[in-house]
Design a binder for this molecule. Structure first.
Ligand SMILES: [Cu+2]
Length: 111
C-alpha cells in the first residue's frame, strides 16, 4: 500500500517536472553547439549560443546541405562532412538549407 502510494507520487512529480522542463534547445558544450543533419532535418532545430561559440553542423546525409540566412551568411556542409561557424552578434536568426528550403533551424543568442 505504502509502496503503491509512493510510486504514484513519484509518477506525479515526474509529470510535473516534465511539464516545467526547459525547452530542448541545444546549448554549447566547451564552446561548441552541435547540430546533426540527418534525413534532411537539423537536429535539434533550435539552438542557443553565445557570441564567440562555435556551431558545428555534422551532415550524416549522402547529399550536401547548407545553413543559409536570407541576406546573410551561408555555410556549405558537404555530404558526410562537418562545417562550423563562429557565432557573431546578430546571429540570432532563422536559417534554412538552400537546396531543401523545408529544412529550417533557429539560433537564439543568449548573454
Ligand atoms: Cu539540404
Amino acid at each position: 500500500m505504502t509502496t503503491l502510494n509512493l510510486d504514484r507520487r513519484q509518477l506525479l512529480l515526474g509529470a510535473v517536472a516534465a511539464a516545467f522542463a526547459p525547452s530542448t534547445r541545444a546549448k554549447a558544450h566547451n564552446g561548441t553547439v552541435h547540430v546533426t543533419i540527418e534525413n534532411l532535418t537539423f537536429v535539434p532545430a533550435e539552438i542557443e549560443a553565445k557570441v564567440g561559440n562555435t556551431i558545428e553542423w555534422v551532415n550524416k546525409d549522402p547529399i550536401a546541405h547548407t545553413a543559409t540566412v536570407n541576406g546573410g551568411w551561408e555555410v556549405m556542409i558537404p555530404p558526410g562532412a562537418t562545417a562550423t561557424r563562429v557565432v557573431q552578434a546578430g546571429d540570432g536568426v532563422e536559417y534554412y538549407c538552400r537546396f531543401h528550403p523545408n529544412m529550417t533551424g533557429r539560433i537564439v543568442i543568449h548573454a
